[in-house]
Design a protein around this ligand. Sequence first.
Ligand code: ADP
Ligand code: MG
Length: 617
Amino acid sequence: MSDIIQLLPDHVANQIAAGEVVQRPASVVKELMENAIDAKATTIKLIIKDAGKTLVQVIDNGLGMSVTDARLSFERHATSKIRSAEDLFQLHTKGFRGEALASIAAIAHVELKTKQEQDEVGTQLVIEGSQVVSQDIIVTPKGTSIAVKNLFFNIPARRNFLKSNQVETRHIIDEFHRVALAHPNIQFVMYHNGSEVFNLPESNYRQRIVNIFGAKTNEKLVPVNEETEVVKISGFVGKPEYAKKTRGEQYFFVNDRFIKSAYLNHAIASAFDGLLKDNTHASYFLNLQVDTKTIDINIHPTKTEIKFDDEHTLYAILRASVKHSLGQFNIAPVLDFERDANLDTPYSYKDLNSPNTPKIEVDRSFNPFQEKQFSGRQTTAFKKQTPANWDSLYVGLESKGTQTQQDFSSIQFESQEQTGSIFKDGSQVETKQTTFQLQNKYVISTIKSGMLVIDQHRAHQRVLYEDFLQHITVKESMSQQLLFPVQLHFTTQEIEIIKQVKQDLEHTGFQFSKISKEGIEVSGVPVSVPESEVSVILEQLINDIQNEVPDSNFSSTDLLAKSMAKSLAVKTGQSLSVMEQEHLVNSLFGCKEPNMSPTNKTTFITLSVDELERKFI
Ligand code: ADP
Ligand code: MG
């Protein structure tokens, strides 16, 4: 056999890496602006043409680069910001991967101009698709200008995938806001197609917020300030009466880095508990300063998620501080602030860090198909009833990822061998029911070591979510033609949203015969969707997309699957037949991640016989 493995040439490796770093023009904006901040610039200009599709340029007055560094900066893993793995735990810069410039240069035409203060002249470098086209000595002011033109020129598929100019511009402005809010002490200017869109002078935090979101914002802000050993919190929350239907103005910064955290967001939401009208969301602009050693920002290439050592404490402090502020400013009707607030953590989050996995003893010798344990009659009955279920149960367990493997491989459904201990009569065994419904909300299923209590709505969401995701991803699904197309009316903005996700919707089985300004006409629906649910699903979807914090790696696929799962899942209060219950249990454990709903809520808990016995003492 001859050898067949080859190292990829650098420009190919860069192009692949670029896929992760650069999703759209806004990603370039973020990387370039962050580099300018790392270079200690005090003025940063962003110039955009055609929503960044033609040009993204960032000009800064920072440290600049030497000739050698200018050249090196475009190499992969070339960074001046860390030298060893230990440095990762004391990051004071935005960048550290040394990937951005190399990635950008692999998929665009890049022109760099840079000069350090002490140098007479600077360097100009032109790179196209990772190839250096020219390098010259030029006269240029101190600092760096990087112009990125014709993004994705060599990856037409990615270029075509870009959304309308309107949508891409919104993403760029989102990034611009995030960076500008994190650094009020830096002047930011933004131009789009030749006109100035923002000019944010150096200022304090309140002024920066007002300069971005308009003069009216000023009266809406309530300051939040709290200093503890773990974290220093500063910033503002919006007064409850100004809460919005969409989540647009919600910003967390940790050590000056914009982050997203559903968990911390929940802390704020719970501080506002009882103060907001239904379906509205409070605004917030909060900076958390924590010891760099206690966070890990390395978990996501686009770096909007970070891991905290002690998220629970942070949650409690954040919630208490916001409550305190609302109370102080006489906004909260009752002042129930307690400095040492109990960790009022929603149970769905408690297990996120240290999954409290069901510990159920494994009886490895147990084999449901071992016939000799049953009398002839019982075996037949057993086989008739459940082989399909057992199959699907094991299919799910096998395909589980390594991370969750341990968690569920140990769940073993109660075997028939134990039956008949109370009811000696064989006929009882045949009809033995192993699932029950409690209050039309939970499905109880007996397992070998005790019982499972499954939240039917959440569990079904998980099942449908994985199912939809798969259909959308493999792009094949069954559609059911409607005899009479369903006409639906939406606002122009809502129709724009439908257009954006039209393709994904079609992959789930939807068919549209018309999408126009006046409304849409649905001519086909996924087989699993009843015609009567069509409008509910689409309305829910639009609402979910509008309320989702727009981010650079916005995945409409995921959102769509979540939203449809939510609309279609059996509701709390719905009664289920025994067959439906069994089917739900089996499908849940056929899922890749059965323990969490698509929105990370616990789907089931276990209660072991041991625990039960302890209660009977
Ligand atoms: P990272 O920011 O992760 O280090 P980048 O690819 O973004 O990686 O940048 C590579 C290097 O190029 C940086 O470490 C820095 O030394 C240099 N650099 C990039 N942009 C600038 C800039 N605007 N001013 C000065 N140096 C820069
Ligand atoms: Mg960088």
